[in-house]
Design a protein around this ligand. Structure first.
Ligand code: SF4
Length: 698
């Protein structure tokens, strides 16, 4: 006898991961239970397929009540112990109700505000989700509280933002990827779409009619498939940019009319370019001169798109590197016309009609400042300084962590771990899972997943707006991020309307203010919309938000900030004798530390590895599969050797994103990162780390 056929529902939503793609997702439910999470076949980016990591995780750990955090937890044993109860659960915590957790957290935060001021409370967050309500709106709580923000982008891309603002007045208004159909050339510089934008790698780049040029020290799958791969030595990007500019200038390819009309400071920069020694620059970069000349012509003749990645600005001179590379579109007139432009991030929410100030409650910081009689809102601290600040009891009485896993992501990992174990540091963490960081919290708050609440995603590559639709109830007692902070705000006695506004009201307010003629329900019905409808031309109006109103290749603001007026043809010295330059890029199966706990992915990844060039491996008597000790003054890590000719000699690669608990040493590659800052924005210089590598065993 057969029962009634299962009732099937097909729902659509959007992936809100920190990823260029922002895929459309189809969720299949049978009898009200999710049976599959897949790529939306009708979505122009995902085209029916998610990346391997999301496809794996969203159908397993994300839906698994045994793996998810199901209720608020309160610490009952001292920090730093790893005790298990008979069921294998962490015995350092016990479940409490939301009412208890919220009341006790609010009381403790209130007491810290009274004794040390709100500026002793640190707010650490990043891009665990990039949807607007879960990723931005919690700032309402912290703005009202007056907490010190750990400047989010300092862990990732701040140097590039600062650099581009000097030149163009904005870093978040990039080219429209739809204009690739008009480009004769696309240069991907310091990005690895294969890992970080898999659908751009699979579809956008192969379908573009123009030549593809990739600049990357690593022969990534995207580089291997490009028409031309310029394989640079790390730290030589500015030298390569100047080599290209030298050829462009020498061969009469500067767009003089464009420069005369829209560029400020060309006369100052020109002699710097003309004085370059092309042979020396070729040697510094490791790129053959004929290739430099070919790419210079290809790019300058255009129209050309320049995708400025985030990887190449994570260096000690990362800001200068970005400024140097970003000269290319300005001096060749590759702006304001079809198939031309540059992209760092399309992160300007107002470009999509979204009212970011309303969303984040920016005015609440002002209200706090006024009430507190403070001269200015609290200044942020860099992620590079997080361990320092947490070692200082006066500066840090409490730490709130949400949308990130700092113990896995931040530099100075060993010092950070010790600082987080301070008994007198009050730490609260919200997450979907027990992470390396939640293990050291006093309260752990279960956050709902993106499948469990409505939200909006504004992709940072494609110019679109997508609905993140609730397709199931929050698992266990988990709550959407914003609801957690609304409850906390009310418990802290914050009376502003922002702490009473529901998600539905915020979503409708955002859409009604957008001028897009859509409600959230209509957006949800469509899944995604293009904003603007037709491909945009970057800087078509020739208006730049700089003091001169032009592209400032010479910048008085930079000079006032203690930087050179014009970008410099600098390159890093090669690593000290015996050292290797360590790159720790994203792995295709991990995304920051998201997915580090997914069992099937962990099995696929196996042991943590280090890639070594065959000559570097041989020099150290290391063979494939050996264990190498990788160390510097900051820490040490034992890694399995992979010998690879995909990287230049003198470079080692160990991917980021693994969880500490996966490795017996309870460390990942960030244990080797001393947190040196780049030249701009107090941003990370993680790709400038040098290490020694030695044979440990065979
Ligand atoms: S992480 Fe990126 S590629 Fe993977 S499903 Fe999400 S948006 Fe798509």
């Amino acid at each position: 006898m057969t029962g009634p056929a299962p009732r099937e529902q097909v729902l659509t939503t959007t992936c809100p991961r920190d990823c260029y793609d922002s895929c459309g997702i189809t969720v299949i439910k049978r009898d009200g239970v999710i049976s599959a999470v897949r790529g939306d076949p009708h979505h122009p980016v995902s085209r029916g397929a998610l990346c391997g990591k999301c496809s794996t995780a969203y159908n397993r750990e994300w839906l698994d009540p045994r793996r998810r955090l199901m209720e608020p937890l309160k610490r009952v044993r001292p920090k730093g112990r790893r005790e298990r109860d008979p069921d294998g659960d962490d015995a350092c915590f016990e479940p409490v109700s939301w009412d208890t957790a919220i009341a006790e957290i609010a009381e403790r935060l209130g007491s810290i505000v009274g004794s040390h001021g709100p500026q002793s409370i640190l707010n650490a967050h990043y891009t665990g989700t990039i949807s607007l309500l879960a990723g931005v709106a919690p700032m309402r709580f912290f703005n009202r509280l007056g907490a010190v923000e750990v400047a989010p982008d300092t862990i990732c891309n701040m140097a590039g933002h600062v650099a581009l603002r000097y030149l163009y007045g904005t870093s978040v208004d990039g080219f429209d990827p739809r204009t690739a159909k008009d480009a004769a050339c696309i240069v991907v510089w310091g990005a690895n779409p294969h890992a970080s934008a898999p659908h751009a790698h699979d579809h956008w780049l192969p379908e573009a009619p123009g030549k593809i040029v990739v600049v990357d020290p690593i022969r990534t799958p995207t580089a291997a498939r490009a028409d031309i791969h310029l394989q640079t030595f790390p730290g030589s990007d500015a030298a390569l940019a100047f080599a290209l500019l030298y050829v462009i200038h020498r061969d009469g390819l500067i767009d003089e009319p464009y420069v005369a009309r829209f560029v400020h400071g060309w006369e100052e920069l020109k002699p710097v370019i003309a004085a370059c020694d092309l042979d020396r620059l070729g040697a510094v970069t490791g790129v053959p001169l004929p290739l430099i000349e070919e790419v210079a012509h290809l790019y300058a003749e255009g129209p050309s798109l320049l995708w400025l990645g985030q990887g190449f600005q994570r260096q000690t001179t990362g800001g200068n590197v970005m400024r140097a590379c970003a000269l290319l579109p300005a001096l060749t007139g590759n702006l304001g016309k079809p198939g031309a432009g540059f992209l760092y991030l399309n992160g300007n929410l107002s470009q999509r009609g979204m009212d970011e100030a309303y969303l984040s409650g920016a005015h609440l910081a002002e209200a706090w400042r006024r009430d507190a009689g403070a001269a200015a809102a609290p200044s942020a601290v860099s992620h590079m300084d997080l361990a320092d600040v947490l070692e200082d009891r006066q500066r840090s009485q409490a730490l709130f962590v949400w949308n990130m896993n700092p113990l896995g992501s931040c530099p100075n990992q060993e010092r950070l771990r010790r600082a987080l174990q301070r008994d007198d540091l009050f730490m609260v963490a919200a997450d979907l899972f027990r992470t390396d960081s939640t293990a050291l919290a006093d309260y752990v708050l279960p956050a709902a997943s993106f499948l469990e609440f409505d939200d909006i995603v504004a992709p940072y590559f494609n110019m679109s707006l997508s609905a993140q639709a609730k397709v199931m109830e929050p698992m266990g007692h988990s709550l959407p991020n914003l609801e957690i902070f609304r409850r906390l705000g009310r418990a802290m006695g914050f009376e502003e309307p922002e702490f009473h506004e529901s998600d539905a009201v915020i979503l409708e307010t955002l859409m009604s203010r957008s001028g897009l003629g859509e409600s959230f329900e209509s957006l949800k019905a469509k899944g995604m919309i293009w904003v603007p409808k037709d491909p945009a031309l970057q800087f078509a109006d020739g208006v730049f938000d700089t003091p001169s109103g032009r592209i400032e290749v010479a910048s008085a603001r930079a000079e006032a900030d203690g930087l050179p007026r014009v970008p410099q043809c600098w390159s890093d010295a090669r690593p000290a004798a015996g050292n290797l330059r360590l790159l720790s890029p994203a792995h295709a199966w991990l995304l920051n530390t998201t997915f580090g706990n997914v069992q099937k992915i962990a099995v696929r990844l196996g042991r943590a590895t280090i890639l070594l060039h065959p000559s570097d491996a041989a020099e150290r008597r290391l063979r494939e599969g050996d264990t190498a000790r990788v160390h510097n003054r900051c820490g040490r890590l034992d890694l399995e050797v992979v010998v690879s000719s995909d990287i230049p000699r003198g470079v080692a690669v160990a991917h980021k994103g693994r969880w500490l608990t996966q490795d017996t040493a309870y460390a990942n590659v960030n244990v080797l990162n001393p947190g040196t800052k780049s030249d701009m924005g107090e941003s990370t210089a993680v790709h400038s780390v040098e290490v020694m590598v030695e044979a440990l065993s065979r």
